[in-house]
Design a binder for this molecule. Structure first.
Ligand code: NIG
Ligand code: FE
Length: 419
């Protein structure tokens, strides 16, 4: 195959499998708002983006050699959306807790009374692999319908080795059966399991000496995460876990400063975490440390809304120090039973004050950064994976604008049209 190297740096083969023409393209690269190219075309060769640019710049011979041409008729194309923080694999339901919370009992109180995460741990341990797979597949399908092509899935509702392995294996199975790239995260430090209630140190030793090496050996997780909070794990405890994780070669992520300023952002920075997530209570010092260590700030408006939080993440400070902000569903049964990334974009705008462009960057380019995938995903550029979504919208801001309407027309995942 002969590749041409064009003036605009697009490197492409002389034929393409699939060519979108007459499209408006939100490339999400830097040059202009949304990196927009109006009257554009995107060519796909095998699983990669081969060429992107204005229709008028498209080589003539390129159109005539396309195997399949799709006329977008002015529809917008964005990168495939990326949900970079989810907990979609779990058993049981927390509707009773929802009712308790509506009657004024707080999330913290429920957790301290043995409900919350631990109640989901109990049902997840009991659930059969087939039940868990089916329940999570339903959640995944709802997310995929809104243009998600990459998702991160955490463990953390098993806590014992057997159930954590079961959850991570299910995440891998989901990737096998559905058209989506799945990144998996071991979240053993989510809560203290009942069997270690009186021996927290013992649980941390179990994570470091048993779970982490085993998960590494079985190649079941890409990342290691922890919940840094008074009701969960302290800086010191997480330091021990992260040291071991880095030793084994796992990049880390952190649930940081969600319910109080626990120095989480700073801790994430100390370990060069890929991301620090939540951040409602992060201090400016933490944010400066995160910037220096290139930690992506992951905003989770679903958890903020659902827990009726009063304090929004310090968006102005994040902007002032130019942090990359990602947006995600945090889909989980307790604090964010959310299966709509578009709703998260809307809430990030309405409740956190993001612009629609920041919201879209949050679920594309910055979502990719939060997963260490920016080399292959998150923007529409030649050489990247051909993960694309075609939308029935008039301008890219429409994606964050309306609630309850899904304008997704077509999804391409790794070059294959899947809807
Ligand atoms: O990201 N913060 C910790 N973990 C989840 C909540 C999990 C649960 O309540 O089940 C979160 O918000
Ligand atoms: Fe979470």
């Amino acid at each position: 195959m002969v590749y041409l190297n064009m003036n605009n740096n697009n490197v492409f083969p002389q034929i393409v499998d699939l060519l979108f023409i007459n499209a408006n393209i939100a490339t999400m690269t830097k040059d202009c708002p949304y990196g927009a190219i109006e009257n554009g075309a995107v060519g796909i060769y095998k699983s990669k983006i081969a060429w992107v640019g204005k229709m008028k710049d498209m080589p003539f011979d390129f159109t005539s050699r396309a195997f399949m041409i799709h006329n977008a008729n002015g529809a917008w194309i964005t990168p495939g959306l990326i949900d970079c923080h989810t907990h979609i694999i779990y058993g049981g339901s927390r509707t009773k807790e929802f009712e308790l919370r509506l009657n004024g009992v707080s999330y913290k109180e429920i957790a301290l009374q043995g409900g919350g995460i631990i109640s989901t741990v109990k049902s997840t341990r009991k659930a059969k692999i087939s039940e868990l797979f089916q329940a999570s597949a339903k959640r995944l399908k709802a997310l995929l319908a809104q243009g998600i092509t990459t998702i991160e899935i955490k463990s953390g509702y098993g806590l014992d080795l057997e159930t954590e392995l079961k959850m991570l294996k299910i995440a891998k199975m989901l990737e096998h059966y559905y058209p989506v790239t799945v990144k998996t995260t071991y979240l053993g430090a989510h809560a203290i399991p009942p069997e270690f209630k009186k021996d927290k140190q013992g649980y941390i030793d179990f994570i470091c000496n048993n779970a982490l090496p085993r998960i590494k050996k079985q190649k079941l997780a890409d990342f290691v995460d922890a919940f840094c909070e008074k009701i969960a794990f302290s800086e010191k405890e997480i330091t021990k876990i992260f040291k071991k994780a880095l030793q084994l070669g796992f990049p880390v992520k952190l649930h940081a400063d969600q319910l109080s300023d626990s120095n989480g952002g700073k801790l994430a920075a100390k370990f060069n975490a890929l991301s620090a997530d939540h951040l409602e209570y992060s201090s400016e010092k933490s944010i400066i440390a995160m910037k220096k260590a290139k930690v992506t700030a992951v905003l989770l408006p679903g958890a903020f809304y659902y827990l009726k939080e009063k304090k929004i993440p310090p968006i102005e400070i994040l902007r002032k120090h130019k942090l990359d902000m990602a947006v995600s569903t945090d889909s989980n049964p307790g604090s964010s039973p959310v299966l709509s990334i578009l709703l998260m974009m809307n809430m990030a705008c309405i409740n956190f004050g993001l612009t629609p462009e920041e919201a879209l960057l949050g679920v594309t380019k910055n979502g990719a950064k939060a997963l260490g995938l920016l080399n292959s995903k998150g923007t529409i550029e030649s050489g990247k994976d051909a993960d694309l979504v075609l939308w029935d919208i008039k301008e890219p801001g429409d994606l964050a604008y309306s609630i309850g309407y899904n304008p997704c027309i077509k999804v391409i995942q790794k070059g294959i049209p899947i809807s």
